[in-house]
Design a protein around this ligand. Structure first.
Ligand code: GLC
Ligand code: MG
Length: 529
């Protein structure tokens, strides 16, 4: 019945931030064996695939997003043998495994960069982006690093600057050099051969910059309370046309392996620009991440407009996807509060398109306070005090009781928040109406109802801050009604009469209802058949 759909269409992806998921060896940092020991949590949650943030050898200047070897495992996470065991354990449970691929930049400790910087005549000089100083000896142009400061660092020995979209420890690879592209595509093959089911491709919109190095124009809307990188409009450093050929090459590698391998792109772009990342004839990413739920105003009308705009913009045959949180953004339960976070969960898991969950959101974890002496994120260190730091969303997964919440036997690399006890997997399993139970119920329903996983979508209304839409598959028809308000609302059931099969409050409802009483911040799924 549903065979024509791929696992990455009908399934749900769960992001693991490996430093903070589960520590198995008592060093306060999560690792691969830790992930294996927690796979059963993910199976009972009901997800389909795990995406693991980078686990490659890294000096950890950006906690793994600075890769010094694309074909190995950092010892803090384990070994290649541990990785093979993780793949086997996941596949044995029917879980797919997606890795993070960081093509835009390597670590400055990668042998390629060490060789590249060794002299102007190095055979690998052209593997990175080197330029002469400007006339006054300063950087070649005005480009700013995403993490603050000039995007150019001077190499005294060779007298040139190199470009880095992020940290000076993350020099940008030169994808205009075919040798770089070939070496980076080999990295994909290495992991596909080991059985990975796909990649999430990091910072893809940064892969190319303007070759003529023209300045980025100033952004008139920038305020000093915003990230310094936003003081320029990044027309010359982001979303350049050449990126699409590189994506096609990555996708071809994925398609050259048997099974349904998936390529997911990380690009923070307006909807119209994002659509190009599906590629001509869908030869690009199967899933260009859609982050717009994280930035759209949280009310029924704005969310309805977003869904409509996004659905209308999709290329023919393009599959939608939705994201509520990740390791870079404030947690959904902090952005929206605990009551509306439940509405957000119901929205994410009933919209048409592949949902991606971020670890800890299934128990409603909030941004954790980080005392100044515990700050680890280089962004917070370079641009302090603006709330840009990402440590608060990267604190250890809260599994259960005890000093370290079951995460580790040692002091974790980032602190647990005070009073975390109600927000653990163990306590929420005992509590019948907890956030975890809601996520489990929603995922169970999504797995059993093709209308939710692969069915069609129809907007119904977005009045009085209540969003109503339908999902349908063959004869099956469901309505979803979400109350974005903290007041009760009355809802007339589309088509006259229906049966609430799931309330976000997780309690029993009368068997047939019309109108349906929506309590404050309540969402319901209504069986219309
Ligand atoms: C992506 C990652 C982020 C990282 C950056 C540089 O945006 O999600 O965590 O710092 O790229 O690799
Ligand atoms: Mg460890």
């Amino acid at each position: 019945m549903t065979d024509e759909y791929r696992w990455w269409q009908s399934g749900t992806i769960y992001q693991i931030y490996p430093r903070s998921f589960q520590d198995s060896d008592g060093d306060g940092v999560g690792d691969l064996n830790g992930i294996v020991s927690r796979l059963d949590h993910l199976v009972s949650l009901g997800i389909t695939a795990i995406w693991i943030s980078p686990i490659y050898p890294s000096p950890m200047a950006d906690f793994g997003y600075d890769v010094s070897d694309y074909a190995n495992i950092d010892p803090v996470f384990g070994s290649l043998a541990d990785f093979d065991a993780l793949i086997a354990a996941a596949h044995a449970r029917g879980l797919r495994v997606i890795l993070d691929y960081v093509p835009n930049h390597s670590s400055d400790q990668h042998p390629w960069f060490i060789e590249s910087r060794s002299s102007r005549s190095s055979a690998k000089r052209n593997w990175y982006v080197w330029r002469d100083p400007s006339a006054d000896g300063g950087p070649p142009n005005n480009w700013i690093s995403e993490f603050g400061g000039s995007a150019w660092s001077f190499d005294r020995a060779s007298g040139q600057y190199y470009y880095h979209a992020y940290l000076p420890q993350q020099p940008d690879l030169n994808w205009r050099n075919p040798q770089v592209a070939a070496a980076m595509l080999d990295a994909l093959r290495f992991w596909f051969e080991r059985g990975v089911d796909g990649f999430r491709v990091d910072a893809i919109h940064h892969l190319f910059e303007d070759e003529d190095l023209q300045d980025n124009p100033p952004n008139p809307e920038w305020l000093p309370t915003m990230s310094p990188a936003r003081s320029l409009i990044r027309t010359r450093t982001m979303d350049q046309p050449e990126v699409h050929d590189a994506i096609i090459a990555m996708r071809r590698v994925a398609d050259s392996f048997p099974g349904d391998r998936v390529m997911i792109g990380e690009a923070y772009l307006p909807i119209t620009r994002l659509m190009a990342y599906y590629g001509v004839d869908l030869g690009g990413f199967q899933l260009p991440f859609n982050f717009h739920l994280m930035s759209t105003a949280w009310n029924a009308a704005a969310v309805a407009t977003l869904v409509e705009t996004y659905e209308a913009a999709l290329p023919a045959g393009g599959w939608p996807n939705w994201v509520l949180g990740n390791h870079d953004r404030s947690r959904v339960a902090s952005r929206l509060g605990p009551a509306q976070a439940r509405i957000a969960a119901m929205l994410l898991l009933t919209l048409r398109g592949t949902p991606t969950l971020y670890q800890g959101d299934e128990i409603g974890m909030t941004d954790a306070p980080i005392p100044p002496e515990r700050v680890r994120d280089p962004w917070e260190k370079r641009v302090p005090g603006l709330g840009l730091g990402r440590d608060p969303v990267r604190t250890p997964m809260q599994w259960g009781e005890g000093a370290q919440a079951g995460f580790s036997s040692a002091e974790p690399w980032l602190p647990l928040p005070p009073n975390f006890e109600p927000t653990t997997v163990a306590s929420q399993l005992r509590q019948p109406t907890s956030m975890l139970q809601l996520y489990r119920a929603l995922l169970k329903l999504r797995r059993s109802e093709p209308a939710l996983s692969i069915g069609g979508y129809r907007a119904v209304s977005a009045d009085e801050n209540v969003l109503v839409f339908e999902r349908f598959y063959q004869e099956r028809k469901l309505a979803i009604a979400l109350n974005f308000d903290d007041h009760a609302k009355q809802l007339s059931v589309p088509g006259g009469t229906g049966r609430v099969i799931l309330s976000s409050h997780l309690d029993e409802r009368p068997s047939l209802e019309d109108p349906v009483e929506l309590r404050p911040s309540e969402g319901v799924i209504i069986d219309l058949n």
